[in-house]
Design a protein around this ligand. Structure first.
Ligand code: IMP
Length: 432
């Protein structure tokens, strides 16, 4: 049996990873986040009850699962405290099942101010970030001036370090962006207060992960955002600031690459994207509206409407390759129910008529036009189906063709938001 399983998104995020992580955690001991921060949004539906998580791994809803926030995650102490409280109010025990890395870089209130000031200054060229301070916190990490969870252990020296950091950041905020400075003392106080709420959960998570590995525990590594938002392999510069692809598991958790087992890519049956950047299959017609309305395509984190379009097989094949995905979990197939025909993008036409089957870089991608393959649609509903045999012929053909074009087997098909609304063909734990 695979001891470590990675689940990540193969598009621009919002593929429905939370449900799949929750589903598979039945057989898992630990769920580990390794990148991103509270920009993520995972909506879980259990027995018809919705829970939206941003920072705590989706495994938390299973009482036997322990959750880890690894060193690669940028951590807002306030966001974490709020999320723990929200779960506690719903009678989930959290602190005694949560482990937070001492090495997580902190997101402070100033990072949020910088994120928002920077986006405002970019005007039309804005990235469309979640405005949660993710980019500025990773910048501080890379520039080696950032503070980590471990720094809060000594409040006096932490306060001194923050004051020094803030001389720089407040200078940038007031002199470059011409906005208000952030009040340093109240920011220190709110950070220390929030950290004290989950202080007992803070530990050396690298040591913990390797103890689990030696003890034969099953670990699931939960990706946030999607592969096409990866800072290196995504649609730069319209990306997030971390490695959302499988390589991020090793750096963001401390698990060596040789210990990574199977890698499952969660893939929506069509394409969505929040924020700016290239999306060649985006639709502005009635089909686009159908996908947005039927798919309830509104961001869990920001409440923004998601851009919708046909399935982009070129982009997903790229994701499969850079992640070495072993299989695909196809979600929201039922959203395509009722369309008379369905399309998949199998190549791009670049200005000048050159047709390519790979992801062009930079501005070339902004100008790429989709080349489509058209398949028959299906009138019947696939909502809630639990077996491939029940599926309409045309829907089965769509799934088969999609798998063939992207070059990966379909392991799971999700036919609705609830745990039960799933077709399991094969799981990383063997056929179910
Ligand atoms: P940031 O991660 O807030 O810096 O935002 C950078 C880009 O990633 C923006 O286009 C966001 O909309 C997008 N993004 C960040 N987190 C998510 C997510 O969880 N789902 C979908 N898009 C996301």
């Amino acid at each position: 049996m695979n001891q470590s399983l990675v689940i990540l998104g193969s598009q621009w995020g919002d593929e429905g990873k939370g449900k799949i992580v929750d589903l598979l955690t039945e057989k898992v001991d630990y769920v580990i986040r390794y990148q991103g921060g509270h920009n993520a949004g995972h909506t879980l539906v259990v027995d018809g009850k919705k829970t939206a998580l941003h920072l705590i791994p989706s495994g938390i809803l299973r009482p036997h699962v322990r959750c880890v926030i690894g060193n690669g995650v940028v951590l807002s102490p306030e966001a974490l405290t709020q999320e723990i409280r929200m779960l506690e109010e719903r009678d989930h025990s959290v602190i005694d099942r949560l482990h937070v890395s001492t090495n997580c870089p902190l997101i402070l209130r100033v990072h949020v101010a910088l994120d928002q000031a920077r986006e405002a200054a970019r005007g039309n060229a804005k990235i469309g970030t979640t405005g949660r301070g993710i980019g500025p916190a990773y910048e501080d990490k890379a520039s080696r001036r950032g503070l980590r969870v471990a720094d809060t252990a000594d409040p006096a020296s932490f306060s001194e370090k923050v004051r020094e950091l803030m001389e720089y950041h407040n200078f940038i905020l007031t002199k470059w962006y011409r906005t208000k400075p952030v009040d340093v003392e109240s920011m220190i106080e709110e950070t220390l207060d929030a950290v004290s709420y989950f202080g007992t959960a803070v530990c050396d998570t690298v040591d913990l992960i390797h103890r689990c590995r030696r003890d034969g525990k099953i670990m699931l590594f939960e990706g946030a955002q999607g592969s096409l938002l990866d800072i290196d392999h995504g649609t730069y510069p319209f990306v997030t600031s971390s490695n959302t692809t499988a390589g991020g598991v090793a750096t963001g958790s401390g698990l060596g690459p040789r210990h990574i087992g199977s890698i499952l890519g969660v893939t929506k049956a069509y394409a969505t994207r929040v924020g700016s950047g290239p999306m060649p299959t985006e639709l502005f017609d009635d089909v686009g509206k159908h996908l947005a309305v039927k798919g309830q395509e509104v961001g869990t984190t920001t409440g923004r409407g998601r851009r919708c379009g046909w399935f982009d097989a070129v982009a997903v094949r790229h994701a499969i390759e850079v992640n070495s995905m072993s299989g695909i979990c196809l979600t929201k197939l039922d959203v395509l129910d009722g369309l008379s025909e369905v399309k998949m993008c199998v190549a791009y036409e670049l200005p000048g008529g050159h047709v390519v089957d790979y992801l062009p870089s930079g501005d070339e991608y902004l100008n790429a036009r989709p080349v489509y393959e058209t398949l028959s649609g299906w009138g019947e509903t696939t909502f809630g189906m639990t077996s491939l045999d029940e599926m309409p012929k045309a829907a089965k053909e769509y799934v088969r063709r999609l798998s063939r074009i992207v070059g990966a087997p379909i392991d799971i098909v999700s036919t609705g938001p609830d745990r039960e609304q799933t077709i399991v063909i094969s799981t990383p734990f063997g056929v179910d």
